[in-house]
Design a protein around this ligand. Structure first.
Ligand code: GDP
Ligand code: ZN
Length: 458
């Protein structure tokens, strides 16, 4: 158990009319009581809220009018005693309040320390703690739902279930080895383990497939708009940005003139890459060079390839199709208000199985269809993100891949009739790796590193 009491501002700095200073730890109530002029908080029932004034005990001046919420452990987020002091949201007043609280013996929380305590005190597991972090960073409602589900423990439950299955397999085999009065014990064990491990294998595979979507929700879909000069790339960009709420306009710390814009298209956060490049010279290839543009394309999750309905397909157009072969591409035939000179059949042939959308951006036509195509590409139909267990966390994905490898070793061992206790080693290893996702077998330093990535006050 931690012994000191931590505090931090737990609302975003400078946002909203109300700010909250949160305390957690054994002294949370007594520290608050020293500052609070109103009801005696030490005597207050748990989970009650009280109006009062904050008096600076050092100067006896009234600092703030506040509402104080008393929550006694273990029925709190950290399982410790928690006090939340709500004050007016101005930066000056909330900082002053924090200073007074610190002066009375609380320690400033490290980033993520509240969540870390919740984890260490067994309130949440590691994947849930990481979900809190994702939630803070979520860029769309859909992304937020994924994080909420994970915080809810959905992923944990699934991982627990898989681990349980592996454990049962191992246990079952042990029993068979201990009671070898049956014939063909080895063979039976192999058979049984094989079936079970295959099931678990498929389940992990499915999680990894869904992870692609989870990553997109978390980081945004890296999207490049390409096409010959004058086909309507800027118009498309503007349509997407104006139709949809731009989420972030500029990412500080990115290189030079590369600006990324986030837009929310039906719950899919698009990260429009290199928009500055596209905007200024109209031609991504011309601007950043052939090599780099190829790299940008290869790193894109989605390519919007724009063509001109009013012109014949050119060699340049066909080269663009070649450059993006094998990638996720939506072809847009723009300017359908102009007489059609483009060979539609040829376009469909070049696009292969990828969607082809027609637009007249100048008349704001076709944008809905395009947005639907974007959303369909990543949610296959109208899949409700809420129904799925997405793994969106890089660490989890890494571990799932490792688990898959270990399990594949086990399956190979079974196929080649390796001694069962050797096979068991791989199954047990899989069980351990899965345990790391929920924090059952994680290293202390990993925990510190993970929680330090949190925002202050969470
Ligand atoms: P970019 O060079 O690919 O970025 O193309 P722009 O978006 O700058 O557009 C080039 C020109 O085509 C501009 O004059 C646009 O107004 C015009 N344009 C864009 N979309 C359409 C459309 O659907 N129909 C017609 N007729 N013109 C369009
Ligand atoms: Zn343009």
């Amino acid at each position: 158990m931690e012994t000191d009491t931590i505090t931090a501002i737990s609302t975003p700095i400078g946002e909203g009319a109300i700010a909250i200073v949160r305390l957690s730890g054994p002294e949370a109530v007594s520290i608050a009581d020293k500052l609070f002029d109103g009801k005696q908080l030490a005597l207050a029932d748990s989970h009650t809220i009280h109006y009062g004034k904050i008096i600076d005990p050092d100067t006896n001046e009234v600092a703030e009018e506040v509402m104080a919420t008393i929550m006694r452990g273990p029925k709190t987020f950290t399982r410790e005693d928690v006090v939340e002091i709500n004050c007016h949201g101005g930066l000056v007043s909330v900082n002053r309040l924090l200073e007074i609280v610190l002066a009375q013996g609380a320690r400033l929380a490290e980033p993520g320390e509240f969540t870390k305590r919740a984890f260490l005190n067994g309130r949440i597991d590691l994947s849930q703690a990481e979900a809190v972090m994702d939630l803070i960073r979520a860029k769309t409602d859909r992304a937020m739902n994924v994080a909420l589900k994970q915080m809810d423990g959905r992923l944990s439950q699934l991982i627990q279930k898989l681990r349980q299955e592996l454990l049962e397999t191992v246990a079952h085999v042990e029993v068979n080895i201990d009671y070898p009065e049956y014939d063909d014990v080895e063979e039976m064990s192999h058979e049984m383990m094989m079936t079970k491990t295959r099931e678990v294998y498929r389940e992990i595979e499915r999680l990894l497939e869904l992870a692609k979507q989870g990553k997109i929700l978390r980081e945004g879909l890296a999207t490049a708009i390409i096409g010959r000069p004058n086909v309507g790339k800027s118009s498309l960009m503007n349509a997407l940005v104006h139709e949809n709420k731009a989420i972030v306009t500029e990412i500080p710390g990115t290189t030079r003139d590369v600006i990324e814009e986030y837009v929310n298209v039906r719950g899919v956060p698009l990260r429009l890459v290199d928009t500055a490049g596209i905007r200024e010279t109209e031609d991504i290839v011309e601007r950043i060079g052939v090599e780099r543009s190829r790299k940008v394309l290869q790193e894109s999750d989605l390519i919007l390839l724009v063509l001109n309905h009013g012109e014949e397909l050119s060699e340049e157009d066909i080269n663009l199709f070649k450059a993006v072969e094998g990638l996720e591409v939506i072809t847009i035939i723009n300017k359908t208000d102009l007489p059609g000179k483009i060979d539609m059949n040829k376009v469909k042939q070049l696009a292969q199985a990828n969607p082809v959308i027609t637009t007249a951006l100048i008349e704001e036509k076709g944008i809905d269809e395009l947005e639907k195509a974007i959303s369909d590409t990543f949610f296959e139909g109208d899949l409700d993100a809420g129904d799925m267990t997405y793994v969106s966390n890089v660490r989890h994905i890494q571990l799932l891949k490792q688990a898959l490898e270990a399990l594949s070793d086990a399956m190979n061992g079974m196929e080649t009739e390796m001694p069962i206790d050797l096979v068991q080693i791989d199954v047990t290893r899989t069980w351990e790796i899965l345990g790391e996702i929920i924090g059952d077998t994680v290293h202390e330093s990993l925990i510190d590193q993970l929680f330090s990535q949190f925002c202050l006050g969470k």
